[in-house]
Design a protein around this ligand. Sequence first.
Ligand code: PNS
Length: 160
Amino acid sequence: MSVAIYPGSFDPITKGHQSIALRAAGMFECLFIAIGENTDKRCMFSLEQRILFIEKTFAEVKNIQVVSYKGLTIDFCMEHHINYIVRGLRSGIDWHTESSMANANKLLAPSIETIFLLTDSQCVGVSSSVVRDILKNGGDVSAFVPATLLPILKQEQYEL
Ligand code: PNS
């Protein structure tokens, strides 16, 4: 069975992430969307909120599972027999950080391949940090996040 992981902070999931995940789900029999718990990073949304956002977004997609993990992505991959890591690329700036992470992962676990998908051209300016900034300033994020998040965002409490 071909299994891939799409790891990230997803704080929160954006339309860019949604597009990458849907395309990856079409390429693999099973796709784990995996929230890496980074103890150094203070998130706007709790882990539970981020999981809920992703579960709601992909409720109809049968081969996507949402999980969270602590520690190295490649350790999670080895434990669950996952051979592919999917990451999205928006620009050359992403390439710089993404290629160094992919190279480190390759040195740590040579059997695991990182596959890059280019972000949908309409989502090149979309990022979780932009979404957080708009939310902090009371703006409208409907062009940036999956529609499933909008009613939840109206009710949810998050760190401003
Ligand atoms: O959405 P992000 O913040 O770009 O996601 C980053 C993430 C979670 C994929 C990355 O920080 C990660 O893989 N963290 C786990 C630790 C690890 O495996 N680092 C790569 C080896 S250098």
